[in-house]
Design a protein around this ligand. Structure first.
Ligand code: IPM
Ligand code: MG
Length: 370
C-alpha cells in the first residue's frame, strides 16, 4: 500500500508564485516517474494571505500546515506595502517567523554548492575557488536576536525612541543545534566551524562552551571555533576550507547570503527548516529558498527557480524519506546545468540567451522523466 504524502505549498509574494509553479511541476514529474502519490495543496500566505483572508497566516492555512507532512514555502514580503499594516502583522513576522516558531523549526540547513559549470558566476577569482565551494550552513532558527525578549521599542522622557532586541540562548538551544551540525558533518568532510562573538557577547561565550562540550560526543569530527566577523572574511578568502558552518540565527542569516553569492546567486540557495535533529528518521519541515521575494523581477518570468526546486528536493529527503527521488531531481538539475541552460542571474557573459523560469523548470521535468 502506498502512502499519500501531503504537502502544503505556500507560494507567497513576489517571485514566490512563479518559482513555486516550477517546483510543483518537478514534484509532479517525480510523482509520475516513481509512481508516488503526492497531495499538494496550495494556499496564500504573506501579502497574498492578507489580500485573500486579511492576515498573513490565517488559521485555516496554519491548520493545513499542521495536517501536512511538510511545507513547501515560497517567499513573503513586499517592502512597498510595509507601512500599510502594523509591524507585527507584516508577512515576515506574522507568517514566516510565526511558522518557524509554531513548529519549533530550530534547525535551518542551507547547502551551498558551486556547480562546476557556473564557476563564472562566482564573484571570486578562479584561483580562490580551486577547491570548489561546498558548505553546509547550519543556522539556529528559533532563538537568538530574532526571538529573544525583551524585543520592544519605547519612548524616552526626552522624546527619543529606544529599540531593544535581545540575543538570548539557553544551553539546551545551543546543544540541539550543535548536534545537528555534528551529525551533518559526519556525512560530509567531518569539520564543524562554529561561529560566535565570544570575544564580546555573553551568549557567544555560552555558545562556544556548549558547542565544545557537545563535540566530545563526536570524536570523529573536528571542531574549530571562529569569530563570526572572521568567518565572513575567510568565506571570501578561502571558501574551500569550510565544510559545516554552525551559526547563531542572525549570523547565519548574514553568512548564508554571503555563501550563496559564492554559489553564483541567491537564486541557487535552498533551505530546510527542521524541528527534529536530522538523522535517518523523517521529520516535519518547512522548505524555502533562502533568497527573498525579489519584487524587482517578479512577474517577468526570469527568476531562477532552482532554489525553490532544490528546496523541494530537501523536502523529499528529510520529510518524506524519499532519498532516491531526491537524488533523481539533483541529478536532473546537474544535467540541465551541465547542458548549458542558465537563468539570467547565473548567466555567463558569452551566453546571449538565458532561459526563463518556465523553461528551466520544464528542462528539469524533462530530465527527470527521460
Ligand atoms: C532568510 C530571510 C528571512 C530571515 C526574512 C525574510 C525574515 O532573510 O530566511 O534568510 O531573516 O530569516
Ligand atoms: Mg536571509
Amino acid at each position: 500500500m502506498s502512502t499519500t504524502f501531503r504537502i502544503a505549498a505556500l507560494a507567497g509574494d513576489g517571485i514566490g508564485p512563479e518559482v513555486m509553479k516550477e517546483a510543483i511541476a518537478v514534484l509532479r514529474a517525480v510523482e509520475k516517474k516513481f509512481s508516488l502519490s503526492l497531495q499538494i495543496t496550495e494556499a496564500p500566505v504573506g501579502w497574498a494571505g492578507i489580500d485573500a483572508y486579511g492576515t498573513a497566516l490565517s488559521d485555516n492555512v496554519l491548520q493545513l500546515c499542521k495536517d501536512s507532512h511538510a511545507i513547501l514555502f515560497g517567499s513573503v514580503g513586499l517592502p512597498d506595502r510595509d507601512n500599510t499594516v502594523p509591524k507585527d502583522q507584516r508577512p515576515e513576522r506574522a507568517a514566516l517567523l510565526r511558522l518557524r516558531k509554531e513548529f519549533s523549526l530550530y534547525a535551518n540547513l542551507r547547502p551551498v554548492r558551486l556547480y562546476p559549470e557556473l564557476v563564472h558566476a562566482c564573484p571570486l577569482r578562479t584561483e580562490r575557488i580551486s577547491k570548489g565551494v561546498d558548505v553546509l550552513v547550519v543556522r539556529e532558527l528559533t532563538g537568538g536576536l530574532y526571538f529573544g525578549q525583551p524585543k520592544v521599542t519605547t519612548e524616552l522622557p526626552d522624546g527619543q525612541k529606544k529599540a531593544v532586541d535581545s540575543m538570548v540562548y539557553t544551553t539546551h538551544e545551543v546543544e540541539r543545534i550543535a548536534h545537528v551540525a555534528f551529525r551533518a558533518a559526519r556525512l560530509r568532510r567531518k569539520l564543524v566551524t562554529s561561529t560566535d562573538k565570544a570575544n564580546v557577547l555573553e551568549s557567544g561565550i555560552l555558545w562556544r562552551d556548549v558547542v565544545t562540550e557537545v563535540a566530545k560526543q563526536y570524536p570523529d569530527v573536528t571542531l574549530e571555533h571562529m569569530l563570526a566577523d572572521n568567518a565572513a572574511m575567510q568565506l571570501i578568502l578561502n571558501p574551500g576550507r569550510f565544510d559545516v558552518l554552525l551559526c547563531e540565527n542572525t549570523f547565519g542569516d548574514m553568512l548564508s547570503d554571503e555563501a550563496a553569492a559564492l554559489a553564483g546567486s541567491l537564486g541557487m540557495l535552498p533551505s530546510a527548516s527542521l524541528g527534529a535533529a536530522t538523522g535517518a528518521e523523517t521529520t516535519f519541515g518547512l522548505y524555502e529558498p533562502a533568497g527573498g521575494s525579489a519584487p524587482d523581477i517578479a512577474g517577468k518570468g526570469i527568476a531562477n527557480p532552482l532554489a525553490q526546486i532544490l528546496s523541494a528536493t530537501l523536502l523529499l529527503r528529510y520529510s518524506l524519506g524519499l532519498d532516491r527521488e531526491a537524488a533523481a531531481v539533483e541529478a536532473a538539475i546537474a544535467k540541465v546545468i551541465a547542458s548549458g541552460k542558465q537563468t539570467r542571474d547565473v548567466c555567463a557573459p558569452e551566453n546571449k540567451s538565458p532561459v526563463g523560469t518556465r523553461e528551466m523548470g520544464q528542462a528539469i521535468c524533462d530530465a527527470i522523466l527521460a
